[in-house]
Design a protein around this ligand. Structure first.
Ligand SMILES: Nc1ncnc2c1ncn2[C@@H]1O[C@H](COP(=O)(O)OP(=O)(O)OP(=O)(O)O)[C@@H](O)[C@H]1O
Length: 263
């Protein structure tokens, strides 16, 4: 029997109504189920509503039409079961790297010695050893993003919602962080929704890739990308190469629509 779907998005629309300017229908009738421990990537052209969908699941935006449930409970607000890594790192500028990573652990009521050991473990994991006492203003963009990832991973949420978390990293760090995320996901029971523009990254990391259409965002199709991610020759694996190709064609079509190009 299949595990029950842990996150269920049912017929969700989202309209932005800015105080000035026109209304924008960002999402149109989105339905999506993500199972317990699944790794799902969201792929689609710029502006198709990927971040909006993530923020709705995270409880950062109100669900006005349709419903979103996590483990059977309606999402109405953020909660400790869902950790989010934003596209633009959201660190407290007045706290050091250590202070930022400790923040979530303090709120969980963890003992001091345990939370300090755990904070250090995740600071080391993201390669920021030696920068524990630095403030965000003293870090590069990639380092800030790594600190934000450490902060979210450290409090061990059941669900990780990641909005292009590796977009600002150099290629080498990005490769290391992708490998580390896969390893964390294989070792600890987490459900991940991962927004990316990068087709290779999506196929490398995810079990399934949901491709969204140009705005208003809809789920255009879902492609199964489950295979052995520990293959040492993964980037030459014919399944990997074929899936990247298939997804490229789907995304190209939507990107052309988003830019109003006739094909
Ligand atoms: N606060 C807002 N007010 C009005 N419109 C908004 C707001 N935030 C997003 N939008 C619009 O909603 C649509 C979806 O935006 P969203 O950021 O979710 O897309 P995205 O797929 O994550 O884009 P990208 O890949 O470029 O980050 C876009 O057309 C955007 O202009």
């Amino acid at each position: 029997m299949n595990a029950p779907a842990q996150i269920i998005v049912d017929n969700v629309n989202h309209m932005y109504r800015p105080p000035v300017g026109r209304e924008v229908l960002a999402l149109d009738q989105i339905s999506l189920s993500v199972s317990n421990r699944e790794f799902l990537a969201l792929l689609g052209p710029s502006g198709c509503g990927k971040s909006t969908l993530l923020y709705l699941i995270g409880g950062f935006l109100p669900v006005e039409i349709g419903s979103i449930t996590v483990d059977g409970k309606k999402v109405t607000a953020p909660g400790p079961d869902r950790g989010i890594v934003f596209q633009h790192f959201a660190l407290f500028p007045w706290k050091t790297v250590r202070g930022n990573v400790l923040y979530g652990l303090e709120r969980q009521g963890m003992q001091k010695a345990e939370r300090e050991a755990r904070a250090q473990q995740y600071i080391d994991l993201v390669g920021l050893s030696g920068f524990e006492d630095s403030y965000p203003s003293q870090l590069s963009g990639g380092m800030k993003q790594r600190a934000a990832i450490a902060r979210t991973l450290a409090f061990d949420p059941k669900i990780l919602l990641m909005d292009e978390p590796f977009g600002a990293l150099d290629a080498q760090t990005r490769g290391l962080m992708q490998r580390e995320l896969l390893s964390i996901w294989q070792r600890t029971p987490k459900t991940v929704i991962f927004v990316t523009h990068d087709v290779q990254e999506a196929v490398y990391l995810a079990d399934r890739v949901a491709v969204m259409s140009a705005r208003p965002g809809r789920i255009k199709t879902i492609v199964d990308t489950k295979f052995d991610k520990n293959d040492p020759d993964i980037f030459k694996n014919s399944f990997f190469v074929d899936k990247v190709d298939e997804l490229w064609n789907l995304v190209k079509e939507e990107a052309a629509k988003a830019q109003g190009v006739k094909r």
